[in-house]
Write a protein that binds this ligand. Structure first.
Ligand SMILES: [Fe+2]
Ligand SMILES: [Fe+2]
Length: 152
């Protein structure tokens, strides 16, 4: 049976996303290290490992469907000059993934592909957790920034 081309499209875009996320988190880990934020660097490195595990799941799924994995469109790394700028760039990346997996899971549900829906829904939930953690972290930094500013 030929794999559904639209599902293969979602899988290809997802693999490109995950490989881009690995590159971005590794870059942010390196920047954090350079800035002396060792714990933050370790955190970004763990995120990179988690995104790589997502890439592995996608690769296995594509092979199972008889398709050769081809995450061919890496997004340029978005970085910044401060921790908050890095976190904001990661937040954009994670919400993009949430939207992508949401659309993919919905499409699978629509055509009655229950296994596909569950596969994409699990990735959706993981990315939603990432996005919410970043929202919390950014919120805490904003609060600290407000407390320490005398001009507001
Ligand atoms: Fe991911
Ligand atoms: Fe993520």
């Amino acid at each position: 049976m030929m794999a559904n081309p639209r599902i293969l499209g979602y899988l290809g875009r997802a693999l490109s996303h995950e490989l881009s996320a690995v590159q971005q988190y590794l870059t942010h880990a390196g920047l954090a290290d350079l800035w002396g934020l060792t714990e933050v660097g370790a955190h970004f490195r763990r995120e990179a490992a988690e995104e790589q595990e997502h890439a592995e799941r996608l690769t296995a799924r594509m092979l199972r469907l008889g398709a050769m994995p081809n995450g061919s469109r890496l997004r340029p790394v978005q970085a910044g000059f401060s921790l908050i700028e890095l976190l904001e760039a990661d937040r954009r990346l994670e919400w993009h993934a949430v939207a992508l997996y949401h659309a993919a899971a919905n499409y699978c549900a629509l055509i009655g592909d229950v296994a596909g829906r569950d596969f994409f829904a699990a990735l959706h939930d993981a990315e939603l957790t990432h996005a919410r953690e970043l929202e919390d972290w950014i919120g805490r930094l904003d609060q600290t920034r407000r407390r320490h500013s005398t001009w507001r």
